[in-house]
Design a protein around this ligand. Structure first.
Ligand code: SAM
Length: 328
């Protein structure tokens, strides 16, 4: 038994949001007052998460990315990582974090064989960082970046490209990859911000970001990536690290999608842009067996839309929820 959709795409990657809470208030993700967080009992428990991952891993999911909200905000997140690390069907456990709370956990993450840390960092300037995130924690996050780079963990730095805000730092971010063995990834801004309107003044899509970079570095070379990768990767010759661009909004990567998502409240999503397909938490709490779960997962991925545009068209509500609710 495996998870394959009707377009023949094999599903092997789960993004699981462990909480909807976050310690930052990034402007492109949520309003200043934050989002209406759900009561704690509506969040999946760690036991439920462990079970979902185990069942999915028996269906061929071999990579999990834990995200949120901010995963390290949830109490005892390390315990979840510890239990997941016993699942030998998983080849990779990855985490997306803002890095403000993790400096003390880095050696623990190494000992648990966590593979990749995606660190969100949208500005290298302390004041601008505070303006974007509405929190003054640049120093902690930068310290995390330095510590991560020295660790055994693979480090990816994610920068959401925000027109009129941080586009003048794109080159500074690439310069980080000159001496650091990291992958810097530029993400197109999406309307998942708790409001719905795109905040875009001038569109900085994949092509514009790439042209901007190529103008500055005429010798950019592309780097081969897995077919299912979300980013197209490049390198400046002789730089230690790489950089990439994630066409999150222009959605040119859907053909090879191998991902599903489960939100912190257990909502199963076949696509970032769909409105949620069914609630796994309720199904489990109503007594579903492992086989019931497997059958449901197999059936549900059959409905995976061909791409993010079709997913968006099929929604009953417009795209407006915060990425903190979805799990970025
Ligand atoms: N708190 C963690 C963090 O900051 O990395 C994990 C959750 S966060 C929602 C996951 C990723 O989604 C971050 O890299 C963030 O920058 C990205 N993100 C959030 N809102 C976005 C938006 N409107 N457009 C593009 N990326 C967004």
């Amino acid at each position: 038994m495996e998870l394959k959709d009707k377009f023949g795409r094999k599903i092997s990657y789960l993004r699981l949001a462990v909480t909807d809470r976050c310690n930052l208030r990034c402007k492109y993700c949520m309003p200043a007052q934050g989002i209406a967080i759900v009561p704690r009992k509506e969040l999946l428990t760690y036991k439920e998460m462990y079970r979902i991952v185990r069942v999915l891993s028996e269906l061929g999911v071999n990579k999990v990315r834990l995200t949120g909200g901010e995963p390290f905000v949830r109490k005892d997140f390390i315990h979840l990582l510890e239990s997941l690390s016993f699942n030998n069907k998983l080849d990779q456990i990855n985490i997306t974090t803002n890095g403000a709370l993790i400096t003390n956990y880095i050696s623990k993450l190494e000992s648990l064989n966590i593979n990749t840390i995606n660190l969100s960092l949208d500005s290298l300037q302390k004041n601008k960082f505070a303006e974007i995130t509405r929190r003054d924690v640049f120093e902690e996050v930068y310290k995390t970046l330095i510590a991560l780079e020295k660790s055994n963990l693979t480090v990816k730095v994610n920068m959401v490209v925000q027109s009129g805000v941080n586009t003048n730092e794109i080159i500074d971010f690439i310069e980080l990859s000159k001496t650091k063995n990291i992958a810097v990834r530029f993400i197109e801004e999406m309307p998942f911000n708790g409001k719905g309107q795109r905040r875009i003044k001038e569109v900085w899509n994949y092509n514009k970001i790439l042209h901007h970079i190529q103008n500055y570095y005429p010798k950019v070379v592309s780097v081969k990536t897995e077919k299912t990768a979300t980013s197209h990767m490049y390198k400046i010759p002789d730089y230690k690290g790489t950089f990439g661009i994630i066409p999150a909004f222009t959605r040119t990567i859907c053909n090879d999608c191998n991902r599903i998502r489960i939100t912190a409240t257990g909502m199963f999503k076949n696509c970032l842009f769909d409105g949620g397909v069914f609630n796994v938490r309720d199904f489990i709490r109503n007594g579903a067996s492992d086989n019931d779960l497997k059958n449901l997962f197999i059936e549900t991925v059959q409905g995976k839309p061909k791409n993010g545009f079709i997913a968006e068209l099929n929604r009953t509500s417009k795209v407006s929820e915060s990425m903190s609710t979805i799990g970025g």
